[in-house]
Design a protein around this ligand. Structure first.
Ligand code: SAM
Length: 209
């Protein structure tokens, strides 16, 4: 990145240290948007940039705990002129717990979250019981949650975690390796998993009204 392109990418990056609690969407994005969306675990920002361009009425906050992914994504947002997306380096559960206001979110996207297969690492998983009350508090009534995973054992874990959330209902459940989704944005992880022949699961959950 040149210093000029880095300065442009800078515009898309939020700094946790300077954010107010609760997170102020108008200050970060400007007003006049119809919905607030969060993507957790943006990786290189492939989904974030395409989804942002296709949904100009939404403001989309992409969160990743890795600074390198945040900067890679910011560079993509800058190159493609995705004015309705921002990126933030943070632990997503910490951000949800401490910064996101009650009923602030219309849509969550969580794609190919790290499965952390070793038992001693399970506490690092995103899909663990602690996420259930955070989603409940922050999702608007009727809000959507979209997820994907390519790890069958982790898919079962996710079903246990979300199945225990009485406020959620499963709207749709698909194997997307068998049937491509209309308009799907294949992430880097999705492409690699598909090429390895892994079963890909896609689900849409909704917070009950
Ligand atoms: C397996 S990658 C998938 C990236 C992208 N969604 C894709 O499909 O290509 C998971 C991403 O989630 C991020 N991540 C994992 N745990 C996180 C957490 N607690 N908070 C924020 N980001 C997290 C990782 O840094 C990584 O970029």
């Amino acid at each position: 990145m040149t210093s000029e392109s880095s300065a442009i990418a800078d515009h898309f990056v939020l700094d946790l240290a300077t954010l107010r609690k609760p997170f102020d969407w108008d200050a970060a994005f400007g007003g006049n948007f119809r919905s607030n969306e969060i993507e957790v675990g943006i990786g290189s920002g492939y989904f974030l940039s395409r989804h942002g361009l296709e949904n100009p009425e939404s403001r989309i906050l992409g969160i990743d705990k890795e600074g390198s992914e945040v900067w890679r994504s910011a560079d993509k947002l800058a190159r493609h002129g995705v004015g309705n997306a921002r990126v933030l380096r943070a632990d997503a559960l910490y951000f949800l717990a401490d910064y996101v206001a009650d009923s602030a979110i219309d849509v969550y996207h969580i794609y190919y979250s790290d499965p952390w297969p070793k038992t001693r690492h399970h506490k690092r998983r995103l899909w663990r019981p602690e996420i259930v009350p955070l989603l409940e508090r922050t999702m608007k009534p009727g809000a959507d949650l979209f997820l994907k995973t390519d790890v069958p054992e982790y898919f079962d874990v996710i079903q246990g975690v979300l199945g225990a959330a009485a406020y959620l209902e499963l709207v749709e459940d698909k194997r997307i390796d068998l049937e491509p989704l209309a308009g799907d944005h294949e992430t880097n992880f999705q492409r690699k998993a598909r090429e390895k022949g892994h079963p890909l699961h896609w689900q849409h959950w909704r917070r009950k009204p």
